[in-house]
Write a protein that binds this ligand. Structure first.
Ligand code: S3P
Length: 431
């Protein structure tokens, strides 16, 4: 994909449904008794992988545009799949489905693409094994064989890595375990599972102690089908918010964006850096908070002079936004520093390495650290960069191309479809 520099961005962005929330909505509806309807289900390849897995497990899913009607497997349970469950590029599909299936009594194999096969799965296999599940892996990686017919027992588990996928996996397995399952997270991660289980009629006990949270679910809790609408994906919004903030005279409107506080630190960071943004919060009652965002381009001279530092507890909140925040950092007088983010090394690609390599090709000054980087204000020049097969790297560098001189070529940019299939069309429409 070739990207030229942009004078300004103007218009409205229709975001895909939130990826994290969509996966959970489909899985919970599949586990529930009765019918669920899900509006604004993400049109992303990752979320299609979840639907394919559920379909192979005999779940009846009717899709019309972005609306799904799912008949839950409920008490009858899942059918034995006739082939492997292909999770594609989606870590959330594999890790959450491992929890859903660990005590579900169906023997099956979870597979994925080359990138997913390299990602660590011990982080879910270990706690599930402690609960009584049995797995075969390839040295801690997928394919992941889940043995059928194992009975699970609730455990108390402190997350060794800050991961909502691991937390959710253990909680979901806990629904099929005897007794209570408790997950302790030392630092908060996205809480979509906790919120959505409540929407499906399951009570979740949450105790907060400083930054730590103790989350409890009771074995045997039954999910009941429900209706919900998935908010727009704030992680997808971030590419356009940064682009508009750094290109003077831009004006973008992004309606119906998910504003869950465990995901929205990117907005605080943009505001702290002087981005001119207004947010109108909708009244959605319980469930996920949502609002409309309008952003006006400040241009690089209108932004803050101080260095932005992202570290500690806030890292999990913005973990998916770090690649685009690195591009933002190239336009800030004080630059931007990321620490405590070594999780980025085990995402769809090593995102620290990918950001550093690509930004250096574009002439940026960036220092690589094991757990992050420091990027200085840089004059970007068009270059040929790589997506490394990672959707967020592809989209971040498309935005870099908008503020670079000359043309930027992002090789392998089609992988943007993993989370945002019409990203490039929408970008073309507002420039
Ligand atoms: C996700 C959690 C995060 C995030 C991923 C989606 C989720 O991963 O990076 O894109 O839906 O729970 P980790 O749990 O590995 O941090």
């Amino acid at each position: 994909m070739r990207i030229g520099s942009a004078r300004m961005l103007k218009g409205k962005i229709d975001l895909p449904g939130d990826k994290s929330i969509s996966h959970r909505a489909a899985m919970f509806a599949a586990m529930a008794s009765g019918q669920s309807s899900i509006e604004n289900y993400a049109a992303s390849e990752d979320c299609a992988s979840t639907l394919k897995c559920l379909d192979s497990l005999g779940v009846d899913i009717k899709q019309s545009g972005s609306t799904l009607v799912i008949e839950g497997a409920g008490e009858a349970g899942f059918k034995l799949p006739s082939s492997d469950l292909d999770c594609g590029n989606s870590g959330t599909t594999m890790r959450l489905m491992a929890g859903v299936l660990a005590g579900a009594g169906v023997e099956c194999v979870l597979t994925g693409d080359a990138s997913l096969s390299k990602r660590p799965m011990r982080r879910v296999v270990d706690p599930l094994t402690q609960m009584g599940a049995e797995f075969e892996t390839v040295d801690g990686h997928s394919p992941l064989t889940i043995k059928g017919g194992r009975r699970l027992t609730g455990i108390e588990y402190t997350l060794p890595v800050s991961s909502a996928q691991v937390k959710s996996c253990v909680m979901l397995a806990g629904l099929n375990a005897s007794g209570t399952t408790v997950v302790i997270e030392p630092t908060p991660t996205r809480d979509h599972t906790e919120r959505m289980l409540e929407q499906f009629g399951v009570s979740v006990g949450i105790e907060i102690d400083g930054t730590a949270r103790r989350i409890a679910v009771s074995g045997g809790s039954r999910l009941k089908g429900t209706s919900l609408r998935v908010p727009g994906d704030i992680s997808a919004a971030a590419f356009f918010l940064v682009a508009a903030a750094i290109i003077k005279d831009s004006q973008l409107f992004l309606p119906f964006v998910g504003l869950n506080p465990s995901r929205s630190a990117v907005l605080d960071i943009l505001q702290q850096a002087g981005a001119n943004m207004s947010i109108k919060v909708h009244d959605t009652g319980k469930g996920e908070p949502v609002g409309d965002i309008e952003i006006m381009g400040s241009g690089t001279d209108g932004l803050a002079k101080d260095r932005i530092v992202i570290e500690g507890d806030i890292v999990a909140n913005v973990i998916d936004e770090v690649p685009i925040l690195a591009i933002f950092g190239t336009q800030l007088e004080g630059g931007l520093e990321v620490r405590n983010a070594s999780e980025l090394r085990v995402k769809e690609t090593d995102r620290i390495d990918a950001v550093v390599r690509n930004l250096r090709k574009m002439g940026a000054e960036i220092e690589e650290r094991e757990d992050g980087f420091i990027v200085s204000r840089s004059f970007l020049k068009g270059a040929e960069v790589e997506s490394f097969g990672d959707h967020r790297i592809a989209m971040a560098f498309a935005v870099a191309g908008l503020v670079a001189t000359g043309d930027t070529v992002v090789n392998g940019a089609e992988c943007a479809a993993v989370s945002f299939p019409d990203f490039f069309d929408q970008l073309a429409a507002v420039r």
